[in-house]
Design a protein around this ligand. Structure first.
Ligand SMILES: *Cc1c(COP(=O)(O)O)cnc(C)c1O
Length: 441
């Protein structure tokens, strides 16, 4: 599995002690001609981290090839800009890897958090804002009759699967091969430390291939508890793929026919594409949805929403956490969802995404490159045609990073409501330089 080989690469980097060798290791995936950015503090933090944190950093941040020119540590963010510990500022197209939907430190969200923190965060009993948030979710999400709150997307996908199993008394869960649903043993993409028993009741289908779902459902027989699926194919290391309406409808019919729960993993897309749910435009409603990332504009919160048919099962399962009743992130979510509902934020995100996509397409062809831009414009990804090992794409993202544009070679980017036309145009001026730099080489 590609993620695994990359993990071992970072492990090797972790053995290196000297700062100069670290730079060399960081440059492994980049090119020497990229404008040198000031990264002394970043390298020093990485150095200290390797002593006290296994591998120096974990999870998606541990995957190198992100870029030799992008910092691993960040000092602050403001609107659509982030600044690293060396003072380099970037126009941000990762948005905290999804959570930041309104912009870093959005005033309405900050105010709500500050007001809640002034009263306390973890207060023995649940905060009143929890009820307000659940009401808001039920009112916003089309299929939702109830909501459960948690902290991370993995909590929400895992609880959804548990609810489906509790409701059906069955064990088998189907997911698309290569889809990411979180970092718990049942679904993590890296199987180090995971037992076959952890996956014993998981089976796979191919995204957008209804026949493969039917075959997997047949293998599960009368033990099928749930089908879990992302709103579109958003796996790393490949172009994104939109969902065929027939596929979504077919999943709905299959779940209705078998009595299995249809779980939409809206953790990454949720509240960025369509507030009512990312499959609303397809006219398909899930039984359960898992939400996190954008729900609270960067504060730690997740939710499961479900239909009345699953309410009793959701009541019977046991799921909780030390911080699941903390109030500040719930206040942040209420402020975020209110802002998304009452302003044209989603339109602005789509507009910024379209402007970026059109600009990049024009630039690429002006410089004689063929690029593939995939996924919804709000969550774009760019790859050079034929660049199967991402080497040219990575050189371009390195060149963009060196010019203060924060993009990723093989994980989808994110637009936010704080990206104005002027920000996009400024980013495009810089990416034009990145394309030009590739032509020169
Ligand atoms: C990020 C993500 C998750 C896991 O969420 P965490 O908050 O990282 O636990 C699950 N599903 C999808 C589609 C995601 O993008």
């Amino acid at each position: 599995m590609s993620e695994m080989s990359e993990m071992s690469e970072i492990g090797e980097i972790g053995e290196i002690g000297e700062v100069s060798e670290v730079s060399e290791a960081n440059a492994m995936n980049t090119v020497n001609t990229v404008n040198a950015v000031n990264n002394k503090n970043d390298l020093r933090l990485a150095e200290r981290s390797r002593v006290v944190i296994p591998g120096g950093i974990y999870g998606h941040m541990a995957v190198p090839g992100f870029s030799g020119t992008l910092p691993q540590y960040m000092a602050y963010g403001d609107g659509c800009r982030v600044t690293d510990t060396d003072g380099n500022t970037f126009i941000d197209f990762l948005c905290g890897w999804g959570p930041v939907v309104l912009g870093h430190r959005h005033p309405a969200v900050q105010r709500a958090v500050d007001e809640q923190l002034a009263r306390g965060d973890c207060l023995n009993g649940a905060p009143p804002v929890m009820v307000e948030l659940a009401e808001l979710l039920v009112d916003t999400v089309a299929h939702a009759d109830w909501a459960l709150l948690a902290k991370n997307g993995t909590d929400a996908t895992t609880a959804s699967v548990t609810i489906a199993r509790a409701a059906t008394g069955r064990r088998k869960v189907l997911m698309a091969r290569g889809s990411y649903h979180g970092a718990a043993p049942w679904c993590t993409p890296v199987t180090e430390g995971v037992t076959p028993e952890d996956r014993a009741h998981l089976d796979y289908f191919e995204f957008n291939d209804l026949e493969s779902v039917r075959a997997a459902a047949a293998r599960a027989g009368d033990d099928l508890a749930a089908v879990v699926v992302c709103p579109h194919r958003q796996d790393v290391h490949r172009d994104q793929e939109l969902t065929d309406q027939g596929f979504a409808r077919g999943l709905r019919e299959l779940c209705d026919r078998t009595g299995a729960a249809l779980i939409l993993d809206d953790v990454r897309c949720g509240f960025r594409l369509d507030l009512a749910g990312s499959w609303e435009p397809l006219g398909v409603r899930p039984d359960l949805s898992a939400w996190s990332k954008a729900i609270a504009n960067g504060y730690a919160l997740a939710a499961v929403t479900g239909t009345d048919a699953l309410r009793d099962a959701a009541k019977r399962i046991y799921t909780t956490g030390s911080f699941w009743f903390s109030a500040a992130s719930m206040a942040a979510a209420v402020a975020t969802l209110t802002e998304l509902r009452e302003t044209d934020a989603l339109e602005r995100i789509a507009r910024a995404g379209r402007r970026l996509r059109e600009g990049l397409a024009a630039q690429a062809s002006a410089h004689g490159f063929e690029v593939i831009q995939s996924g919804p414009v709000q969550m774009p990804l760019l790859r050079f045609a034929g660049d199967d090992d991402f080497s040219l794409t990575r050189r371009w993202t390195d060149e963009a990073g060196a010019r203060g544009v924060y993009v990723h070679p093989y994980h989808n980017w994110f637009l936010g409501a704080s990206h104005t036309d002027a920000d996009i145009d400024e980013a495009l001026e810089r990416t034009d330089g990145a394309f030009a730099a590739l032509t020169r080489r």
